[in-house]
Design a protein around this ligand. Structure first.
Ligand SMILES: *[C@@H]1O[C@H](CO)[C@@H](O)[C@H](O)[C@H]1NC(C)=O
Ligand SMILES: *[C@@H]1O[C@H](CO)[C@@H](O)[C@H](O)[C@H]1NC(C)=O
Ligand SMILES: *[C@@H]1O[C@H](CO)[C@@H](O)[C@H](O)[C@H]1NC(C)=O
Ligand SMILES: *[C@@H]1O[C@H](CO)[C@@H](O)[C@H](O)[C@H]1NC(C)=O
Ligand SMILES: *[C@@H]1O[C@H](CO)[C@@H](O)[C@H](O)[C@H]1NC(C)=O
Length: 473
């Protein structure tokens, strides 16, 4: 018997009964089984091919995805459902997910984003941003989209979602876009989300954008885009609560993880912070951007972020806080430990004049509060500038705590490794010796910048083992 694919565990040949005129026909029915870990398992499984999907890389599957997901919505209140995408190249426009649903990609499945503009619905700007980032009017719906959902999973055996972004980057550079570029995956107003075990390639813009959502796990994601591609941020939790980002590898043209919460007066009015975020075992390569950025859109506030075991190579900065007068909001209770940095421009950066306003209606007196920023156990090598910390005059960034940090400077490092203005804080055991605004409090203060003791609620969430099988005809 010939194996159809490595994921095929059983193969049945069923002889179909002869038709009216007597000739007989043989149809192969293949059962594929797969196992994975998830926040929830599903009672019903179907394959995209049941709904007319064609994985030849050129036929549009937008209607097949819509038909499949609409059919499976019958099971939302009856055990949930799972859509299996087999090996193949599945060209499709944007499509929307439903609640109690899993999109599962075979390891050799590639979703290819269509370049036919009619396959991309246009949405209004995000309420906390007031306008689109590329164009003030609407924004193209993300490639994989969901809103007002609960219990939604996008996973696979490291299957691929390819945004075919070059087309969009070119339109962006030529200023030909009528609407803001689509993200690769966006879930809005949703609860209980898992995005795991996938490879994301060449997103038109940001890759993973959970917004106004809670209880989110992002795990085992590989994100790859050219380092010069515009705005290809990796993972952007935006006005979200209780999130775990783990074991991700990101090479991109913008920040690997960018924590956000809305823009200027729109974000202040909307007022949804991002809080309770854990980032663990992240590897980042991004020569023109940050490993972890907080902002620049932070007007709803960012609080209680805990990042640990972070590796960055050839990345512009380790942790970067970006804000400006007019943003309002806050960035507080930020904890980072065990970072390994190789070849960086800045190990740490804070900018209080990152202007980039949504429009001219922002309130210049809306000053952000930046407070309680803690970095410890960091080893960096081949760094040009240890840190550049620039607060806002009459609005200093306070409670900066840096301990047990060794920054090896590169041969062409600046004479002055630290630049500090409008900040307050302390250090302990930091090399090279920091600026006078961050006085060394001696080795006994090394634990001053520790993580909080109590875990985040998301840490108690354990994944279930799911096993499924599906008939492929
Ligand atoms: C969904 O698919 C099942 C199985 O193919 C079929 O019996 C049912 O009629 C479909 N429902 C809809 C709404 O298409
Ligand atoms: C989704 O939820 C938000 C917030 O609760 C609400 O404002 C919005 O109208 C909902 N949208 C839909 C399509 O139900
Ligand atoms: C997933 O695929 C990417 C791209 O081929 C590869 O770099 C990565 O190592 C794979 N991850 C796993 C966990 O197999
Ligand atoms: C200082 O940081 C290094 C590197 O992360 C770590 O091995 C060491 O245990 C830390 N020292 C203390 C006292 O925590
Ligand atoms: C150090 O960084 C410079 C860029 O600043 C780079 O050209 C060089 O290759 C790096 N050296 C090592 C040993 O990584």
């Amino acid at each position: 018997m010939k194996m159809i694919s490595r994921a095929t565990f059983a193969l049945f040949i069923v002889a179909m009964l002869s038709s009216g005129i007597g000739e007989s026909r043989k149809t192969k029915i293949v059962t594929t089984s797969f196992e994975y870990n998830a926040i929830n398992c599903r009672a019903h499984t179907a394959s995209l091919t049941d709904f007319g999907g064609v994985g030849d890389g050129t036929t549009s599957n937008t209607k097949a995805f819509q038909a499949a997901i609409s059919n499976l919505s019958e099971y939302s209140s009856n055990g949930g459902s799972e859509l299996y995408v087999p090996a193949g190249k599945w060209l499709t426009g944007s499509f929307s997910l439903i609640s109690h649903f899993t999109l599962y990609l075979d390891k050799d499945a590639v979703l290819l984003a269509s370049q036919d503009m009619s396959e991309w619905p246009v949405l209004s700007p995000l309420p906390s941003y007031g306008r689109g980032r590329d164009a003030p009017a609407g924004r193209y719906q993300s490639f994989i989209f969901g809103t007002n959902l609960t219990d939604v999973i996008i996973t696979g055996q490291n299957g691929t979602i390819d945004g075919q972004g070059a087309f969009w980057w070119q339109q962006f550079h030529r200023k030909k876009l009528k609407y803001t570029r689509p993200y690769l995956i966006e879930l809005m107003f949703s609860d209980n989300i898992q995005i795991s075990s996938l490879t994301l390639l060449n997103s038109p813009s940001w890759n993973v954008h959970p917004v106004y959502s809670s209880n989110i796990i992002v795990q085992g994601i590989t994100i790859i885009a050219p380092v010069s591609s515009p705005n290809t941020d990796g993972i952007n939790p935006d006005s979200c609560t209780n999130i775990r980002i783990e074991d991700c590898y990101i090479v991109s043209g913008d920040d690997c993880v960018a924590v956000k919460s809305g823009w200027d007066e729109y974000g202040i009015k909307f007022g949804w912070p991002t809080k309770q975020l854990a980032i663990r075992r992240l590897t980042c390569i991004s020569p023109y951007s940050a490993t972890i950025a907080l902002g620049s859109e932070m007007s709803g506030g960012i609080q209680d972020v805990r990042a640990e075991d972070i590796t960055a190579i050839q990345t512009e900065s380790g942790v970067r806080i970006k804000t400006a007068a007019g943003r309002g909001g806050f960035v507080k209770d930020i904890y980072v430990k065990r970072m390994n940095l190789h070849t960086m421009k800045w190990a740490f950066k804070m900018t209080g004049d990152y202007n980039s306003h949504a429009d001219s209606h922002y309130d210049p007196n809306a000053l952000p509060e930046i407070k309680g920023i803690n970095y410890r156990d960091v080893v960096a090598e081949n760094v040009t500038i240890a840190a550049r910390f620039e607060g806002i005059s009459n609005d200093p960034f306070t409670g900066i705590c840096i301990a047990n940090v060794t920054i090896g400077l590169s041969a062409k490092a600046k004479k002055q490794p630290w630049t500090c203005a409008d900040i307050e804080g302390m250090t302990s055991g930091v090399t090279p010796p920091p600026c006078s605004l961050l006085p060394d409090q001696g080795p006994e203060k090394i634990s001053a910048c520790d993580f909080p003791q109590e875990p985040l609620p998301i840490d108690s969430l354990e994944l279930k083992k799911c096993a499924s099988s599906v008939l492929l005809s």
